[in-house]
Design a protein around this ligand. Structure first.
Ligand code: RIB
Length: 330
């Protein structure tokens, strides 16, 4: 097995230089860095992570807290976090809270006492006191997607309200006259903003009242259930904006059972742009979030905090895109 000495010899530099490249310490010329990296690759050299961690007080492990791994949105995002982490020599610890506050607390407690270099948090259950605790321990932190309203941490979200408006305006444009909304989890900021986007478009329409909004969880089962309730409450419904694609899939199933033809009798728009939304029959028109990019950005921002001690909080609010598919092609 190759050693650090072999790498130094092959690259024609000192062991100290190789170590500086591996640990990203000090100033090293770009060409030297590339030569050392090439030698590492050619010799398939793996640095001893324990020794590396001891020398610069790092574990080279970061935690990613997600609300549920059963929703494809989160694995798609986790994949991006992992890709950037691996490129930079870090491992990712996946912490799935199953939308439960008690699990989140357990993870926060155990991550506080273990040696992780940073945490990416995606959870609507998070509270200010949890963030303060992590901050006081000096653990770098990035929040994403499901975030608190006011905070002073780096966060990555999308233009949820604008997305809600785009979805609802599209339903109006394709001729829908009675448009319902199925919202996501009640105390989740992104779901609330999507609902505001819907309300921006419909609240002045003469038929509108809050009974056109159904509260669901971000899941197929709950989308199915709430869509059926809306159908019996408002049989004249001809369009639904769903707060995520899983809810939209549930609404598709409910519409099928109810005998409503999509898109002509009922048009449906989702939100997220998970891969699955292309594959349903009919495929689902959706508001695409830049899921992979969000994961990449979260990990890159976390690395800046870990490696450059750059703790200046930044608020990213990324654009969403409208994706036209069969569920609204009238
Ligand atoms: O699909 C799950 C929802 O939860 C997404 O819309 C995403 O924004 C997340 O918070």
């Amino acid at each position: 097995m190759a050693t650090i000495r072999d790498v130094a010899k092959k690259a024609g530099v000192s062991i100290a230089t190789v170590s500086r490249v591996i640990n990203n310490k000090g100033t090293i010329r770009k060409e030297t860095k590339e030569t050392v990296q090439q030698a590492i690759k050619d010799l398939a050299y793996t640095p001893n992570m324990v020794a590396r961690g001891l020398s610069n007080r790092r574990s080279y492990a970061v935690a990613l807290i997600v609300p549920t791994i059963t929703n494809p949105f989160f694995p798609e995002m986790a994949r991006a976090v992992e890709d950037i982490a691996r490129e930079n020599g870090y491992n990712v610890l996946l912490c799935n809270t199953d939308d439960r506050r008690d699990r989140l607390i357990d993870y926060i407690d155990s991550l506080s006492s273990q040696y992780v270099d940073g945490i990416i948090i995606n959870s609507h259950n998070i509270m200010r006191e949890d963030l303060q605790k992590l901050k006081s321990l000096g653990i770098p932190l990035v929040m994403m997607d499901r975030v608190l309203q006011d905070h002073d941490f780096t966060s990555i979200t999308v233009k949820n309200r604008e997305g809600g408006r785009m979805a609802t305006e599209h339903l109006v444009e394709v001729g829908c006259k009675r448009i319902a909304h199925i919202s996501g989890l009640e105390d989740t900021l992104n779901a609330t903003h999507r609902m505001w986007g819907y309300r921006d478009v419909v609240s002045n329409m003469p038929w509108f009242d809050p009974s056109w909004i159904g509260m669901a969880e971000f899941s197929v089962q709950s989308g199915y259930q709430v869509a059926k309730e809306l159908f019996s409450r408002h049989p004249e419904i001809d369009g639904i904006f769903c707060s995520n694609d899983l809810i939209a899939i549930g609404a598709l199933k409910a519409a099928y059972e109810w005998g409503k033809k999509i898109p002509n009798e009922l048009a449906i728009v989702g939100f997220d742009g998970i891969d699955m939304s292309r594959l349903t029959v009919p495929s689902i028109t959706t508001i695409q979030q830049p899921i992979y990019h969000m994961g990449q950005l979260a990990m890159k921002e976390l690395l800046k905090q870990i490696e450059e001690r750059n703790n200046e909080p930044k608020k990213f609010e990324l654009n969403v895109d409208f994706v036209l598919r069969e569920s609204t092609m009238r």
